[in-house]
Design a protein around this ligand. Structure first.
Ligand code: ADE
Ligand code: ZN
Ligand code: ZN
Length: 267
């Protein structure tokens, strides 16, 4: 997602955090705004010092949509530095490790705040044309690409222009939180197995990837290439974006709450 999406996921997660969870976050972030902390991974991904993190934002599922979708972890996460699934596993282990310093746990949390968002963006779980980056599309009169409209354009059209981005993100997050009828129940229903196994991130990546066949590329690349996607395609995409941003915020909160419980118990 672009910055509006990441900020919304982070603000939504804050709404769901337990008291212990928000204390844990405030401590590790040294009171930095959580939506700002969620952008860290994008700020550093092109820096030479952090080049090993560039592949951590996605998993390139190589099935053949729209006929076939699905993640094969061995096949799709084979890069040297890993992928978004292994990054979530590793940063979770890093933050739970008692010998990790305060600063490094802060960095691990910043990565998690970001990657639990990205893993819910359907095109961050898809290899086709570099996750749609190489598929030219129109959005109104703007010449852009499929990846970019899913990261940014459609979210901005739905939740407000980028000038007061933090305010727009907070308003959207509060709306998504209010739409959830049973906060406690929806939290406990989320996968929060912090163990080494990639169970939860794999579940999430598969769920996001299903939308590639069901909607994003349902009429193949030809169905979207060079088309204006700001009308009918956008209308059909909004409920998917809302669902995935909601799930990301909820799952991030469940994950962080569980990390905070682990931190309490291991003191
Ligand atoms: N680069 C290669 N594949 C990508 C994807 N699915 N999302 C973002 N960047 C990518
Ligand atoms: Zn993206
Ligand atoms: Zn990212």
């Amino acid at each position: 997602w672009g910055s509006l999406g990441h900020r919304t996921v982070a603000y939504l997660a804050s709404e769901y955090l337990t008291l212990n969870g928000s204390t844990y976050v405030a401590n590790l972030l040294n009171d930095q705004d959580i939506s700002e902390a969620a952008l860290f991974a994008d700020k550093v991904r092109h820096m030479p010092m952090f080049n090993y993190t560039a592949g951590w934002h996605y998993i390139d599922a190589q099935d053949d949509p729209p006929r076939q979708c699905g993640i094969n972890i061995k096949r799709d996460c084979a890069m040297q530095d890993g992928c978004i699934v292994s990054a979530i596993v590793n940063q979770t282990a890093r933050i739970m490790n008692e010998s990790t310093s305060h600063a490094d746990r802060g960095q691990a949390l910043r990565f998690l705040l970001h990657f639990l968002g990205d893993i819910h963006q359907p095109l961050h779980t898809e290899a086709e044309e570099r996750g749609g980056n190489e598929i030219p599309v129109l959005f109104g009169h703007k010449h852009t690409n499929l990846h970019s409209i899913w990261d940014t354009e459609m979210l901005v059209k739905h939740a407000g222009a980028e000038e007061d981005e933090k305010a727009n993100a907070l308003t959207w997050a509060k709306k998504l939180f209010a739409a959830d009828q049973d906060h406690a129940r929806s939290l406990t229903a989320e996968c929060q197995d912090l163990g080494k196994a990639a169970k939860c991130p794999l579940l999430w990546a598969n769920e996001a990837n299903k939308w590639i066949c069901k909607y994003v590329l349902k009429d193949d690349v030809a169905g979207v290439e060079n088309k204006d996607l700001s009308a009918k395609y956008y209308d059909g995409a909004v409920p998917i974006v809302e669902e995935m941003i909601s799930k990301a915020g909820r799952r991030l909160a469940a994950w962080v709450n569980a990390l905070a419980v682990h931190a309490l118990e291991s003191r």
